[in-house]
Write a protein that binds this ligand. Structure first.
Ligand code: ACO
Length: 331
């Protein structure tokens, strides 16, 4: 029988510095009311520690996870990092995080699927457990979004925050674990959400810097429509395939990009909002960090056997949903 992979521990890391809506009012032509009603965001965390980058936030989460789960760094076989803000274009963040967290027996790599990155990485990590190739896998989502946000662009700067989360995957001993995933992709969506320069298409030049091309570019209204459609379709598919209904689904864990997107997806799936994990008001959109940070915030409310669907949409476009039967009592 196929052995499932189960999440057996979670840890998050958030920078101490808080950027409130009223502080953003001083930077761009916006206001607290617009941000709250259009996005649901009240504040976000910003990494301002000198010399720190996304790997440092990831390493903090990983060190905490190892301690919390009583796992020795030497036991980890694989570490996958989901990120769009790796410290460097290469090498990857995963190996840097291993180095910083004292993990010496693992291999690692990054997955860049924007806001779907953690979900794609979770399923990828699960496959290494299911195949028997690995016993303990860590999946990290870490993004330093404020390093690629233009704080003169009101359409994007109010949305994003910094943070990281990490989960430990091990073989499940029972019927709990990661059960099913459905993913989609559409490369034509890159027109609506991308960074114009800094890659091989447009390497950095004085001109690209002067033109502010090294920041997130987003056509929000278009992305919004695709996001609702992609998330609603994948959650519906996973619910149908696994006989899940509003009655037996305990939690929806959505990517935190916009509270209005979350409301629409929950309503289309027929799930009441009190069973939808939400922390966007505190952290904004932390890209690869949103899903593990939600699980971390809600961990004490989770019970063994709970049915969860994680659902995400991001740049690429990338999207998908994953069904998990939760493996332990969180309290
Ligand atoms: N403050 C005040 N007004 C603003 C602001 C702001 N911060 N930002 C935009 N506006 C204005 C616009 O200029 C526009 O004004 P106009 O009508 O005079 O032209 C008006 O508000 C409406 O703008 P829209 O872009 O239509 O606003 P919308 O309701 O769509 O909200 C938002 C914008 C929040 C970006 C929304 O479209 C959204 O959440 N999109 C999806 C985001 C997402 O899911 N991204 C994917 C994941 S991110 C990733 O993968 C890295």
């Amino acid at each position: 029988m196929l052995k499932r992979a189960a999440i057996t521990g979670i840890m998050g890391y958030l920078p101490d510095d808080v950027l409130t809506n009223s502080e953003l009012e001083k930077l761009v032509d916006t206001n607290d009311e617009w941000i709250r009603t259009r996005t649901g965001i009240e504040e976000r965390r910003i990494l301002r520690k000198k010399g720190w980058a996304s790997s440092d936030m990831g390493a903090e989460a990983v060190r905490g996870l190892l301690k919390k789960t009583g796992t020795s760094p030497d036991e980890i076989d694989l570490l996958i990092c989901a990120t769009v803000t790796a410290d460097l274009i290469f090498p990857d963040n995963a190996n840097t995080i291993c180095d910083k967290a004292g993990i010496h027996n693992a291999f690692g790599f990054d997955i860049n699927a924007a806001c779907s990155g953690f979900l794609y990485s979770l399923t990828t990590g699960a496959k290494f457990i299911e195949s028997g190739m690995c016993k303990k896998v860590i999946v990290v989502g870490a993004d330093f979004m404020s390093s690629i946000i233009d704080y003169t662009d009101r359409a994007t700067c109010v949305l994003f925050g910094d943070g990281a989360g990490a989960v430990l995957l091990e073989q499940s001993e029972d019927d709990t674990g990661i059960i099913d995933s459905s993913f989609g992709g559409d490369g034509s969506g890159r027109a609506f959400l991308h960074m114009k320069a800094g890659g091989s298409l447009r390497p950095a030049t004085v001109e690209t810097v002067m033109n502010r091309e090294h920041f997130v570019y987003q056509e929000g209204r278009s992305v919004f429509k695709y996001a609702v459609r992609g998330m609603a379709e994948s959650i519906g598919l996973v619910m149908n395939r696994n006989n899940l209904t509003a009655d037996n689904l305990n939690w929806v864990v959505p990517h935190q990009a916009n509270l209005r997107i979350i409301n629409s997806v929950a309503s289309l799936a027929g799930v009441p909002m009190d069973r939808v994990m939400i922390n966007i008001h505190k952290y904004g959109n932390t890209t690869s960090g949103t899903l593990p940070l939600c699980l971390w915030d809600y961990e004490s409310q989770l019970k063994k056997g709970d049915n969860l669907i994680l659902v995400a949409f991001g740049g690429g476009f990338t999207w998908g949903a994953t069904y998990i039967k939760w493996a332990y009592n969180g309290s």
